[in-house]
Design a protein around this ligand. Structure first.
Ligand code: BDR
Ligand code: CA
Length: 314
């Protein structure tokens, strides 16, 4: 199994990504680190414990609280999209508090303990990852692979016309991460997610019919986002975070990817957080692999399979 940490702003598809890390035998999830993003910080932590519980793994994987705001800007959330991020579900996780070690310390320590072995899936704003680079410049070299959900590959943004949420919230962090020398792979919002990782009505009905506690959890956790997505013309739920985790664990899902130079706009009047993904024609050196196309049916089968797991909530 692949040793990994998932760095997350746990709401909706972040929960599904955690299920992949917790239930897929190809994953050896060592820690969950939390970063300010989608919903209030305390609620995100709660949603992580909720997900551990439904996977039957409460107490087995540490949860480390990390940066509570972006590097230099005020926090921006997406509660209008995600509600509380978990469809109103709650869990009593008394006795399972977050680990006292800060997420940034945990990231740096765990990477240094096993140089070249640990992978990181970063599915929220990149604040913790950038702070880890500042804390330990050897951190990028100690990480085997960094998989990032963020940006768009010359496509649409989802929080502004130009920007995808994770890069918009902390553009300075994203810029620093792409300059830091990680072996980084990017899963962009558009066109990739909007073409290959939207679960439409028939697939959602199939998942609802699976009938396991995990499938019920999925349906409930994705409900608010489904409503939002429909209101903006997307006929299904969107799964960028679980797709990012899936392509790390199962690279055979990737049909096409390219070597790109990726940089992030921090100063633009209308383009804060825009991801410039340059594919070589501009003469810039590649610093990232960008996923361009995945197998949509293979990804849907993967998630449906995960949700069919007969896990018993703790
Ligand atoms: C990203 O932003 C969040 O709303 C989702 O969790 C995902 O990580 C998509 O832009
Ligand atoms: Ca996320």
């Amino acid at each position: 199994p692949i040793p990994l940490i998932i760095d997350t702003d746990t709401a909706q598809d972040d929960c599904v990504a955690l299920l992949a890390g917790l239930l897929d035998p190809a994953a050896d999830l060592r820690a969950i680190t939390m970063v300010a993003g989608n919903v209030g910080f305390g609620r995100q932590v709660h949603n992580a414990f909720l997900t551990l519980n439904v996977a039957g793994r409460l107490g087995e994987v540490p949860v480390h609280a990390g940066c509570r705001r972006p590097l230099v800007r005020p926090w921006v959330g997406a509660e209008n999209v995600h509600g509380d991020g978990a469809g109103g579900l709650t869990v009593d996780h008394t006795g399972h508090a977050p680990d006292p070690e800060h997420a940034v310390d945990a990231l740096v320590r765990m990477a240094a303990e096993r140089p070249g072995e640990l992978s990181i899936v970063a599915i929220g704003p990149l604040t913790n990852i950038a702070a880890a680079v500042a804390k330990d410049p050897a951190f990028p070299g100690n990480v085997k692979a960094l998989y990032v959900m963020g940006g768009s590959n010359n496509g649409r943004g989802n929080i502004t016309a130009a920007a995808e949420f994770n890069f918009y919230v902390d553009p300075e962090a994203a810029k620093a991460v792409f300059a830091a020398g990680f072996a980084v792979t990017v899963v962009p919002w558009d066109p990739l997610t909007l073409r290959d990782a939207v679960f439409g009505p028939s697939l959602l009905a199939e998942i609802a019919a699976v009938g396991t506690p995990l499938a019920d959890f999925f349906t409930r956790v994705c409900a608010a986002t489904l409503e939002f997505d429909r209101s903006v013309g997307i006929d299904g739920t969107t799964h960028p975070d679980s797709l990012t985790t899936a392509v790390l664990l199962h690279p055979g899902l990737v049909r096409r990817s390219g070597a790109y130079h990726v940089d992030i706009e921090t100063a633009g009047e209308l383009t804060r957080g825009y991801s410039a993904m340059s594919w070589g024609v501009h003469g810039l050196p590649a610093n990232a692999t960008v996923i361009e196309e995945v197998d949509p049916g293979g990804f849907a089968d993967y998630i449906r399979g995960l949700l069919s797991t007969p896990a018993t909530p703790n």
